[in-house]
Design a protein around this ligand. Structure first.
Ligand SMILES: N[C@@H](CCC(=O)N[C@@H](CS)C(=O)NCC(=O)O)C(=O)O
Length: 324
C-alpha cells in the first residue's frame, strides 16, 4: 500500500485468538465486526470503503489493488517477469511460512517474545500484565498446535533449514546486481519475501543467524518497509543477476516438487506425502489450498507467449514441474 501510495488505516485483527475468559477490548471488537463473515478466516484482509467489500489472501489482494490502482503496479508489466515474480511470491507465502513457524513456535524464547508482541498489538492497551501473559501463552500454544499442519516439524527441520540457508545466501548477494529482486523497483515477489523475512529478522533466534549469515538482507528490508519514494521502472529478465536466478532455482528444486507431491497425494486420497531433496526428506499431510496454488502457477505458465516462455525457461533451468 505504501509503495502504491495508497492511504490506509491499519487495524490489528484478532479472529478467535483471545481466550473466552479474558475481556475483549474495544479494538478487538471493532476489528471483529469488520471481519464478520470473512472466508477463509485468515488475515491479512483489506476492507474497501468504496464498495464495502472485504477481501483476503494476500496474492489476490495484490492483484486486486493493481486492477483498481494501475499506477505504480506491484505486478510487473513484462509477462516473463510477472510470471517469475508470482512464482517467488507464491513460494514466499506458502513455503517460507514453514521457516518462520519452525523458528518462532519451535523455540521457547522466540515463542514467549513474539506471542507477547502479537497479542499486545490486538489487545490495544489498558490491559494488565496478567492479561497479556495469559493471552500470549494461549496464543503461543494455539500456534504450536498448528505446527504439524504447516509441516514445521522436527522431521522436516533439516529440509526447511536447508531452504532458509539457500534463501539467505541468495538474498545476501542481491545488492551485487540490483536493489530489489528484479531490478530497481519492487514487485509482488519482494513484498512476499518482505512479509516472511521481516518476521524472521525480528524473532530472537533467526535474527542472530541472519545477522551473521546475511547482513545484506537488513538494508533491503528497510527499503521495502516504505518504498513510497522509489520510482517504478520497467523490468526485464534479461537484466537480472545471479542472486535472482538462485532464488528461482530454490523454487525449482524445492517448492515445485513439494507442490507436485502434495497434489498427487490429494488426487490419490493419501493421508500424507513425502518428497526428497539432496537426500533430505519432507513429510506432511496434504493441503488443499496448495493444490490451487500449483494449478494457478501452471495456468499462468501455459498462458505465456513463446518469447516470454523461453525467457522463463532459461532462468529456471527446468520447467518440467510447470507443464500440465
Ligand atoms: N495464503 C494466505 C495465508 C494467510 C494466513 O494463513 N494467515 C494467518 C495469519 S498470518 C491466519 O490468519 N491464520 C488463521 C488462524 O490462525 O486462525 C495469504 O497469503 O494471505
Amino acid at each position: 500500500m505504501r509503495y502504491k501510495r495508497l492511504p490506509f488505516d491499519w487495524m490489528p485483527a484478532t479472529l478467535d485468538w483471545i481466550p473466552d475468559d479474558l475481556p475483549h477490548p474495544p479494538l478487538c471488537a471493532a476489528a471483529n465486526r469488520k471481519l464478520d463473515g470473512l472466508t477463509p478466516r485468515v488475515v491479512p484482509a483489506v476492507y474497501f470503503p468504496d464498495d464495502g467489500s472485504i477481501r483476503n489472501e494476500s496474492t489476490t489482494i495484490a492483484y486486486l489493488l493493481d486492477e483498481r490502482h494501475a499506477d505504480r503496479p506491484a505486478v510487473p508489466r513484462d509477462p516473463a517477469v510477472a510470471f517469475c515474480s508470482h512464482l517467488l511470491e507464491d513460494m514466499a507465502d506458502e513455503w517460507l511460512v514453514k521457516i518462520a513457524f519452525l523458528y518462532r513456535w519451535g523455540h521457547e524464547e522466540d515463542a514467549a517474545f513474539k506471542s507477547r508482541i502479537v497479542t499486545g498489538e490486538f489487545l490495544g492497551g489498558y490491559y494488565s500484565r496478567a492479561v497479556l501473559d495469559k493471552a500470549a501463552k494461549h496464543f503461543a500454544s494455539r500456534q504450536q498446535s498448528r505446527m504439524r499442519l504447516v509441516g514445521a516439524t522436527a522431521e522436516n527441520a533439516a529440509m526447511i533449514m536447508m531452504s532458509f540457508d539457500r534463501l539467505l545466501k541468495a538474498m545476501d548477494r542481491l545488492p551485487d546486481n540490483s536493489t530489489f529482486i528484479f531490478g530497481a523497483s519492487p514487485t509482488l515477489a519482494d513484498f512476499g519475501f518482505y512479509g516472511q523475512l521481516q518476521s524472521l529478522a525480528t524473532d530472537p533466534t533467526p535474527w542472530v543467524s541472519m545477522r551473521g549469515a546475511a547482513p545484506g538482507v537488513f538494508p533491503y528490508l528497510q527499503l521495502l518497509e516504505d518504498s513510497s519514494g522509489i520510482e517504478t521502472q520497467e523490468l526485464s529478465l534479461l537484466d537480472i543477476g545471479a542472486a535472482t536466478v538462485d532464488l528461482l532455482r530454490i523454487v525449482v528444486d524445492i517448492y515445485l516438487p513439494y507442490l507436485r507431491a502434495n497434489e498427487r497425494a490429494l488426487a490419490e486420497n493419501e493421508p500424507s506425502f513425502a518428497f526428497k531433496v539432496d537426500g533430505l526428506r519432507y513429510v506432511q499431510e496434504p493441503f488443499k489450498y496448495h493444490a490451487k496454488c500449483y494449478r494457478v502457477l501452471r495456468e499462468k505458465f501455459s498462458a505465456l507467449d513463446p518469447g516470454a516462455r523461453s525467457q522463463v525457461e532459461t532462468v529456471l533451468g527446468s520447467t518440467e514441474f510447470l507443464l500440465s
